[in-house]
Design a protein around this ligand. Structure first.
Ligand SMILES: [Ca+2]
Ligand SMILES: [Ca+2]
Length: 78
């Protein structure tokens, strides 16, 4: 039984890694000027995020940071 729970935790860990990698890849793909933030212009390919921009821009700096983008993906896709 210990082996089973060990395998289960490995599976959970690796799926977290895959999620983190996926978020980073999507983020850097959208962040065309590579400044670490997504602006309205850069979010044109993501109309769903653009239309809810104010909800996800938690610190209201008019840009979506990696953490804010991750929150968005976590709430919408997973
Ligand atoms: Ca940017
Ligand atoms: Ca922000």
């Amino acid at each position: 039984m210990r082996i089973l729970s060990f395998v289960t935790s490995i599976l959970i860990l690796s799926s977290f890694d895959a999620l983190a990698l996926d978020v980073k890849q999507r983020f850097s793909h959208l962040d065309t000027n590579k400044n670490g933030y997504l602006t309205h212009d850069e979010l044109e390919p993501q109309p769903q995020l653009l239309s809810t921009f104010l909800i996800w821009d938690k610190d209201q700096d008019n840009q979506i940071s990696l953490i804010e983008f991750k929150n968005y993906l976590t709430n919408n896709l997973y």
